[in-house]
Design a protein around this ligand. Structure first.
Ligand code: S3P
Length: 175
């Protein structure tokens, strides 16, 4: 098993926030795939979707995740919610480290992302339906990608971070 601690899950699951807590505690750098892509492209994710489409964004995600396996320094990695959808990306993530799925309920996503304008997939009408459908489709994919699944609803980022570190220390993995 690789060296990084990798957080996956739906939009609004808290990957970046929990990632910051873990990176602080473990004294490791945080690697956020969305930020890396924005920096490299020199524009926001919304703008990438708008100008070049979702497929191009997914291509950039795969390019980014490929570099992960070659990093020598151990990191905490927060990946965009759709990145594990590609089979190649799931394989690369599992090679690169311990993959933790932060599992969140649709109600929590809706509360956390109310009024959000930065996620192109959740704009426009019927956001509730979009979240429910996307989450139902993606849940088994996230589960397949993960070594460890943690329910995050109602928990603080600090508590989630502690749970991850505790399981990591005791080497308790779901599979
Ligand atoms: C996406 C999730 C976003 C971002 C993009 C697409 C998705 O990241 O990569 O808007 O398909 O779930 P977060 O999960 O960090 O919100």
């Amino acid at each position: 098993m690789g060296k990084h601690v990798i957080l996956i899950g739906f939009m609004g699951a808290g990957k970046t926030t929990v990632g910051k807590v873990l990176a602080d505690t473990m004294e490791r750098p945080l690697w956020d795939t969305d930020l890396l892509i924005e920096e490299k492209a020199g524009m926001s994710i919304s703008r990438i979707f708008e100008r070049y489409g979702e497929e191009e964004f997914r291509r950039l995600e795969t390019e980014t995740v490929r570099t992960l396996t070659s990093l020598t320094e151990e990191r905490v990695v927060a990946v965009g919610g759709g990145l594990p959808l590609r089979e190649e990306n799931r394989r690369l993530l599992r090679q690169a480290g311990i993959v933790v799925y932060l599992r969140v309920r649709p109600e929590t996503v809706l509360i956390r992302l109310a009024g959000d304008t930065t996620r192109p997939l959740l704009q426009g009408e019927n956001v509730e339906e979009k979240v429910e459908k996307l989450l139902a489709y993606r849940s088994p994919i996230y589960e397949e990608a993960a070594h460890l699944v943690l329910d995050v609803d109602g928990k603080s980022p600090g508590r989630i971070g502690k749970e991850i570190l505790c399981k990591k220390r005791l080497k308790i993995w779901d599979r």
